[in-house]
Design a protein around this ligand. Sequence first.
Ligand code: 8DG
Ligand code: MN
Ligand code: MN
Length: 385
Amino acid sequence: PKPCEVTPAIIMKTYACQRRTPLKHHNSFLTEPLEILAENAEFSENEGRSIAFRRSAAVLKALPHVVRAMDELKDLPCLGEHSLRVIKEILEDGTSSEVESTRQSEQFQAMKALTGVFGVGVRTADRWFREGLRSPLDLIHTGQKLNHAQQAGVQHYNDLNTPVTKKEAMVISDIVERAVKAVLPGAIIILTGGFRRGKEVGHDVDFLITHPEEGAEERLMPKIVNWLEEQGLLLYQKTTRNSYLESKDGPARPPSNMDRFERCFSIFKLEQSKMDSDTQVEASSYNSSTTDGPEERHSGSRWRAVRVDLVVSPYSQFAFATLGWTGSKLFERELRRWAGQEKGMSLSSHALYDSKQQRYLQANSEEEIFAHLGLEYIPPSERNA
Ligand code: 8DG
Ligand code: MN
Ligand code: MN
């Protein structure tokens, strides 16, 4: 072969935040099985194992071609022994026996169903599983004690497990804009999370809100929530106030992805638009959950429940908040790991602290944060690790 036809070696960086990871990639037949194993490890609270599978999957998502043979993987980082074994099995047999038996297992299916209830984490789901419960209906039948979030989660189970479309996200964007503009003119609202990364569907819709005048955003959330409630747009909400200044966590803490912004985890009551109501009749009756009040559903009102996250950030932290709430979760985790391990810095959704210089580094844009971290800028659409 002519020298110019030799395939150039792919340089795959170690950290996901050093790489471009598009939404659509070439290796779903490998990444989906690996992510089943990651999810199963999370259900067993084995975080290390879960991260290892997620990192392997993320490397394959960043490859510009379909993987066809094991030797194409020899120079790639992050691929552990276990992941390689799974990949090899899929390349040879089409499926992995471990992945298929995990998928079929009663524990995996029950944990998936139970953690699929809004307000239910792995701990609670695991306790219920050990008590013999398998599905949201079992929670009702056995009269489990549920908190308010979980009650809403069971009530709207089917709706909340129906993916939110981009179109629905846009309708909700309009509503949130109206609410915020009504209570604080001049406020800035951006769509974050998966939709900012270009996803076509999501499990919720995420918004970040700020105001150019520092301090004008204080105690904003209760006003937004009141406005939405007056319009009858909320089925559930839990507002948490900002606790950043009173936190004793020290520079750029908290260490995890939990932040201390004023925020609201909510469930919106979204009217199904008149325009496409014809096509939604079927969907609507299909969507109506096992437990939604039948009166309302059958009296001709067409709506569905949608999870919405609202976060309010002071203007000075807005770039950090934007970066922190855009995701993906693995991309965020890798950014923080890069900052700590490679740069001696501590990154959160509030700030970036440089331990060597013992000072906070300011930033007015995501680009500036990547620059502080010594990273090439990766746009949201390429953060789908
Ligand atoms: P999806 O909803 O379509 O499933 O995907 P997503 O939009 O990427 O996931 P998400 O669960 O809505 O999370 C969006 C981003 O928000 C994600 O990068 C992680 C971030 N995030 C939380 N909780 C918290 C938190 O408490 N603090 C911070 N800083 N970020 C958080 O989900
Ligand atoms: Mn989201
Ligand atoms: Mn969210």
